[in-house]
Design a protein around this ligand. Structure first.
Ligand code: SF4
Length: 387
């Protein structure tokens, strides 16, 4: 394709856009474009941009994405299995959990989870993602049995299982250290862990969202221990409720510093708060989620803030909906997550994006964005490129 030469109209447009940038925004973007590290304050400045500054932020994030990871957009073919909806933790942002005596409470047997994993493997999935509520009658033994049951039926499927909260709970209940609990799970077949239960890594925010969940120090301990034992994890942030841009920037800085120490994060997954049916929103304690502009800013700033450390930034179609997830591919994202097959947690909170995204639809979305779709493993090895 022949490249255009700048005409006077374009030159003037560019000059005016860049000359109009706030000096702090310009300085932060300049640093990021030179590959330098952004401070919490700079990330906060970028998370507060509007108008042209917001658009230049997206352009910068897209440019850094291209330089760091190229034009490929990945996804994983997987199945989610939420093995129980019974939970004694009762986070205020969660509409999925049920008390043990609820009429729709359930707990799947390990063999049932294994059957679902086998079905997924037959239909082309490479990963089964296992997470559930904190059920008072299960613990380390059940978690290990589930993994063993899955691996006995489909030994080659990748088990991406148990949040830091579940590992913390299992360890406490069994009276063992986090390291000992993780070793039991690894021996039972655990391949990697979702870095969920992070929400916002700030104990004052957690006191509103999830006072009975593990605190920041314990979340960090679980993740660091997993990485030290060779168990990779993702990392996440749930934003758009009672949090501020300062919390978001601080959260990103903490993830970056952990990655420098362990190198165990495979990707960062921003999780936009799905609000409609949650107690937090219904009781008037939270705003109705992040706006689309906030979603795009978060993906863009994550790309700039984490560059060189966590270079896979996922746009979750479940949380954003497929259209905004596609737009996030122009805001620094290079991954669209999993096909899922079933999804209960966001659906219970009022998400409308559905439970399953066939690979063909992800390929269509990615191609339409002018990028190259590729199926990946959980740990980002490319399985198939759709040229
Ligand atoms: S988010 Fe997880 S720990 Fe919190 S109430 Fe829901 S299922 Fe339980």
């Amino acid at each position: 394709m022949e490249k255009c030469r700048l005409s006077s109209g374009l030159e003037k447009f560019g000059e005016q856009v860049f000359a109009g940038l706030d000096s702090q925004v310009a300085e932060a973007l300049n640093k990021a474009l030179e590959g330098l590290e952004l401070s919490v304050e700079e990330a906060e400045t970028l998370l507060s941009t509007r108008g042209f500054e917001f658009q230049v932020l997206l352009l910068a994030a897209d440019w850094v994405r291209k330089r760091r990871v190229g034009e490929t957009v990945t996804f994983v073919v997987n199945r989610n299995v939420n093995f129980t909806n019974v939970c004694q933790v009762r986070c205020s942002f969660c509409a999925f959990s049920r008390p043990p005596n609820a009429s729709d409470a359930y707990l799947l047997k390990p063999e049932t989870v294994a059957e679902r994993a086998a079905e997924a493997w037959k239909s082309g999935a490479t990963e089964v993602c296992l997470q559930g509520g904190i059920h008072p009658q299960i613990g380390l033994e059940y978690y290990a049995e589930v993994l063993k049951a899955v691996k006995s039926v489909v030994p080659r499927i990748h088990t991406h299982a148990y949040s830091p909260m579940e590992v913390h709970y299992a360890a406490e209940k069994a009276g063992v250290s986090i390291g000992e609990a993780l070793k039991v799970l690894r021996e039972a077949g655990l391949d990697s862990m979702p870095g969920t239960a992070a929400e916002i890594l700030d104990d004052r925010v957690r006191a509103v969202l999830c006072p009975r969940k593990l605190n920041v120090e314990r979340w960090v301990e679980v993740v660091k221990t997993a990485h030290r034992l060779g168990i990779p994890t993702t990392c996440t942030m749930m934003y758009g409720h009672v949090d501020s841009v300062r919390h978001r920037a601080g959260h990103l800085a903490l993830l970056r510093s952990l990655q420098k120490e362990t190198g165990g994060f495979t990707e960062f997954v921003p999780l936009s708060f799905i609000y409609p049916k949650t107690p937090l929103y219904l009781e008037g304690l939270a705003k109705p989620g992040a706006t689309g502009i906030e979603d795009l800013k978060l993906h863009a700033v994550a790309r700039l803030m984490l560059q060189g450390w966590i270079d896979n930034i996922q746009a979750s179609w479940v949380k954003l909906g497929p259209k905004l997830a596609q737009a996030a591919l122009y805001a620094g994202a290079n991954d669209l997550g999993g096909t899922l097959m079933e999804e209960n947690i966001s659906k219970a909170a009022g998400a409308t994006a559905g439970e399953h995204m066939p690979p063909s639809e992800l390929v269509r979305i990615i191609k339409e964005a002018g990028r190259t779709p590729a199926q990946r493993t959980t740990t980002y090895q490319i399985i198939k490129i759709y040229s």
